[in-house]
Design a protein. Sequence first.
Length: 161
Amino acid sequence: MAQDQISAPASTLLATIRTRLKATGVLDNTRVEGSRFIGDASGSAEPAEYRVDVVSGAGGDEIWVSLVTDNRWLSESIESDLVHTGDKLEELLEEELVDLGWELGTLPYEHFRSDDMLFTFRSKMPFGPDRADAAEQTVIAVLGYEQCFRELGDMTEDEED
């Protein structure tokens, strides 16, 4: 399925996610573009986006939650914080998710530089858009990402700089 031709469940899912996340006021400039929800990281020292992508897979549509930036310095500042504290991102994310009501276990993540040169942290949701509570659980995942990353690196602009 092309990016602008998404299934009805995926389209409804993304619209619902946008409505719910916009209402939280946690992200700036929330929008849906094709098969992607995008919300700008509020107060970040450098531009970054939280995304929800609905991607067609062999077993049906897949949902991916991510934090992306084109700024190497921001990505490296997050990595550096993790190295210096000895914290594991997966554990930090799990703590935030549990606090938000997530009951679906550990959410593994990937970290890489994408083909379009974006530094990406992402997780595949353990469900697709057809799940009855897919929007609610995906919103929890995005909020968990935001709460986890807000405290790392230079995701929060330092007023003293």
